[in-house]
Write a protein that binds this ligand. Sequence first.
Ligand SMILES: [Zn+2]
Length: 115
Amino acid sequence: MKLGRLSTLALRNRREGLAQRLPHLEETLRGSLIQRFMSCGHPDCKCARGERHGPFWYLSVTLGPGRTTGGVAGKGQLERVRRWVENYRQGKSHLEQISEINRELLRRERQKAGT
Ligand SMILES: [Zn+2]
């Protein structure tokens, strides 16, 4: 998106629209849902012979380079977790766009002031 071609009014309207469409921040969760199979550890279980249990939905969260954490999302939690993860993704994208617009607005302010 070339913001430079939009009028200042259009930028402000876009920014307002993005802010209004931010998800409820209390319903956000950073991470990815992935499917996993697991072994229960019982030596007599079929999983010990390679037939692992699952699939389970697992929430994987990156904490830093090479560091992740997470946990199983229970059946009753799955839809909520899915929604929260999507809300986070969308909210982050909106905030990025708002930041970009604000940088452009600041640039125009300086240009106008001749500084
Ligand atoms: Zn097992």
